[in-house]
Design a protein around this ligand. Sequence first.
Ligand code: ADP
Ligand code: MG
Length: 352
Amino acid sequence: MKLSVLGEFGLIDRIRNISGRNTSSALIGIGDDAAVLKHSSSHVMLVTTDLLLEDVHFERSYTDYYSLGWKSAAVNLSDIAAMGGTPRFCLTALGIPGYVTAEHVLDFYRGFNTLLNNHKTALVGGDTCSSPDGLFVSVTAIGEAKSSLVVTRKGARPGDSIFVTGSLGDSAAGLEILKKRRGHGAGGKGKNAERLVEKHLRPVPRVAEGRAIALSRCATAMIDISDGLSSDLFHICEQSRVGADIIADRIPLSSMLKNREGKLTKPVLDYALSGGEDYELLFTVPPARVKKVRSLDFPVTEIGTIKAGKRLSLVDSFGKRSPLRKSGHDHFRTPAGTHEGRLRTPRGERRG
Ligand code: ADP
Ligand code: MG
């Protein structure tokens, strides 16, 4: 069967189906942001791995090595944050092509270690080899959490409010600016454009926020937004067997993004819905905990409600519902007709 028919997540399901060795200490295996492995009677280990490939996830024409190192660490720590855990260790595997110098590699590790140091996480090993074509980066992160505090994608219930940290869409807008600059030497100047670009190149994983959300016991389900709000909400809804209403006007957009309305190729909301790579946290909160979650000391926004059934809808300012499409990234599916198709390069850029 062609991978374009199965899609990335169909393929992962098939892999899971033929890899079903049950071990009682793997509390959660394939399917969530990180595997949850029993560590002691009270604690679990969280393990996750992500791949970043040149010309798939990044291009050298707009990424410096320091930022690449930073981002490779950030996307992995984000998955630990999405489980409510604390990252502790990382391992890196590099496939290095001929045009990459030792200084490039060391710059990569300067960026990587800065992000790790910010989160008290240590690099403890990895593997290095030459690559015939393209830079290949694989990172594994190991974290820990109290067993009773782990938040999976599975627990959302009808009536729960849907919350998100920070703002959405900046990273995808930053990527568009970077690509335009590369293409025609112009794509956006000024402080706002620079901040959007930085959000794309050096995302900050919401580690402290993920832990605080878990500790407050407010969240019934949580995921990090790597593929786009619509896709990642789909993952929560699929695994929790529920639907959702998202109120379009409530989706948090930064002033930097709003200021670029009209200068970007699409309406700004599209970047928030299907852009991806924001690495914010999307989580669901039962009615009795909504007040508590609002009192946390970082910005969270209520953007909708979990519903019974399977339907995911976007509700506009007139109360009109339209189906929310799973328009985020899938590595194998042709994105014809979606926003994503227009954002990506012909070589099918990005995301893990
Ligand atoms: P995320 O976007 O949070 O990194 P993914 O969408 O990449 O998560 O993966 C979803 C789930 O599938 C994760 O639990 C991941 O570990 C698992 N997974 C992805 N690819 C493979 C693979 N090739 N073999 C086994 N498990 C996989
Ligand atoms: Mg994730």
